[in-house]
Design a protein around this ligand. Structure first.
Ligand SMILES: *Cc1c(COP(=O)(O)O)cnc(C)c1O
Length: 536
């Protein structure tokens, strides 16, 4: 590793490093966690900035009626190091101190976590719950992450060349960089120019409403503006102030998280002037966290994969039995599906036509294990979960819903299932790293051509696609098209291959592993960020 690589500070609201370290909600955090483990594994000069969440994200359980409900617990972690550093931020005109913790406990680069839950503070709630609230609370959290984060780097004497905002949540770090430069005598426009040279931005969601915005008056009221006027704010993020737009205008380069997502993001933000170029850097995973090394080795050496996979499958069957009581048959096909319960992900899609899928479920020729949380404030998402639980009651031995999705369930499913199903409405899935975990474990992807999958899929050789990339603005039309395609591939290719052509199945497992294990390894992703995004 060359000594003069740029030093990067990576900012993210959440980090999925371990099941029991409740600093993450979902895919964004898992990506960040894998990335900072990879940066350590491959020895990159990076540090990471985040927030120490007291209660993390919801532990979402299912009640007796099959309804999801949210629970929160206070967690404490004795492995966190106290850096002795506390940095001030101003929130709603009030002086708040952020205590800075550090951890490298998960084979990650140094991760600094800011915490407002200390006796000196009047308002200790800010770092209470991850994405627990909207509006003022979210802005307060983002002030801690961004402004507190830059100040923590200064207080810790950590040199930084590049500030990487993973998602727009970190944008206020850019405000602090501007403020510092103005304090040193630069004019506003010059300060923006210079800040832009230091910032790179990764955009994540192709759902417009998922891109957070706030009334400018609220940013002023919360003291997020750091001396900027309303019109200066508007020039950056529009009005209402959109965090993604602000980050696109305050970065030297931006990226989407898969090739298709890069295209989608360019269309989505085409109307934004003075923004940085959006390229694509496809996500990847940290192999030691997710992939069974025995499978990798056996795939490379040509050894039997079926025996090792069968052990992983048995482990999943046992895991499901213990968590849920359901008895899956380890000799029959198991499909895994876990996604946040949001309408565009269409979690219950496969049940759309009981006249087609019903008999397969009744005789256990198809078994499906579901998991996934709904956002705590999303009643539609909760209805989706409730519906999945109802299906599991209707088909008790072939449909399972595992409550409280997290890294442990994610790992068990992406190792132990036979097939990994993904059926979002294209092009709304940004990346979908769970499919990469599955693929490298020899779990065959059966997926819409969305997110990362168009980059890897060789239909019938290393997995299957369905839907041929069809897109329609009419949801009914798109759903009808995709559903026919799903049923056709499932009943004519997946099920017959599984039961009647074990040899081909094993060949596909091997191709699935060998075709993905290098390109979708976080090593490639780090190299690409350094080459295309971080270069000075
Ligand atoms: C891998 C993983 C994700 C991200 O997967 P997607 O394919 O984006 O859904 C989210 N949550 C958990 C717990 C994971 O393990």
């Amino acid at each position: 590793m060359s000594k003069n690589l740029p030093k990067v500070a990576y900012f993210c609201m959440e980090y999925g490093l371990h099941q029991d370290f409740k600093m993450y909600a979902g895919g964004l955090g898992i990506l960040a966690g894998d990335y900072i483990k990879g940066a350590k594994q491959y020895n990159y000069p990076m540090v990471a900035i985040g927030i120490k969440w007291k209660q993390g994200y919801t532990d979402q359980m299912i009640d007796k009626e099959g309804q999801p409900y949210d629970t929160y617990h206070n967690y404490s972690y004795d492995f966190l190091e106290d850096t002795g550093v506390k940095v001030p931020v101003e929130i709603r005109g009030e002086h708040i101190l952020c205590k800075v913790w550090k951890t490298e406990s998960f084979d990650n680069i140094p991760l600094y976590l800011l915490d407002t839950d200390i006796p000196e503070n009047h308002e200790r709630w800010i770092t209470g719950q991850l994405y627990g609230w909207f509006g003022e609370e979210r802005i307060a959290q983002e002030i801690v992450l961004g402004i507190g984060g830059v100040r923590a780097l200064r207080a810790l004497n950590i040199d930084v060349d590049i500030y990487h905002f993973n998602e727009g949540h970190a944008l206020f770090a850019g405000f602090e960089l501007i403020r510092e430069k103005k304090e040193q005598g630069l004019y506003h426009e010059e300060a923006i120019e210079e800040t832009r040279e230091e910032v790179v931005f990764t955009t994540h969601t192709p759902i417009l409403q998922g891109n957070e915005s706030h009334p400018i008056s609220k940013l002023m009221y919360m003291s997020a503006n750091l001396g900027m006027t309303e019109s200066q704010l508007e020039a950056l993020g529009g009005s209402p102030f959109n965090m993604t737009v602000g980050a696109l205008r305050l970065s030297k380069i931006s990226n989407g998280v898969a090739q298709l997502h890069g295209e989608t993001s360019n269309k989505m933000w085409a109307h934004i002037d003075k923004r940085s170029e959006i390229i694509a850097v496809t996500n990847a995973i940290h192999l030691p966290t997710w992939v069974d090394e025995k499978m990798l080795k056996a795939a490379e050496s040509g050894e039997d994969l079926a025996i090792i996979h069968q052990q992983n499958k048995q482990a999943l069957v046992d895991f499901v039995k213990e968590k849920n009581g359901a008895s899956l048959n380890p000799n029959k096909l198991i499909i895994g599906f876990s996604r946040r319960a949001a309408p565009y992900k269409r979690s219950n899609f496969i049940f759309s036509k009981p006249e087609i899928i019903g008999s397969y479920l009744k005789n256990q020729d198809i078994q499906i294990v579901f998991s996934g949380k709904a956002h705590p404030l999303d009643d539609t998402g909760k209805e989706i979960v409730k519906n999945l639980v109802e299906m599991s009651k209707q088909y008790p031995n072939s449909v399972v819903f595992l409550e409280n999705y997290g890294m442990e369930i994610g790992a068990a499913l992406t190792r132990g299932a036979d097939v990994w199903l993904n059926n979002p409405r294209r092009p709304l899935e940004a990346s979908g790293t769970s499919g990469m975990k599955a693929s490298m474990n020899g779990v065959l992807n059966l997926s819409i051509l969305d997110g990362w999958w168009p980059e890897a899929c060789k239909h019938g050789d290393n997995g299957w696609q369905f839907g041929d990339g069809f897109e329609s603005h009419n949801d009914h039309e798109q759903d009808a098209h995709d559903l026919n395609a799903l049923y056709k591939v499932l009943t004519e290719e997946v099920v017959p291959t599984f039961y009647k052509n074990k040899e081909k199945w094993q060949k596909m497992m091997r191709a699935s592993i060998l075709d993905t294990m290098e390109y979708f390894n976080v090593k490639r992703m780090l190299e690409e960020y350094y080459e295309k995004m971080y270069k000075l």
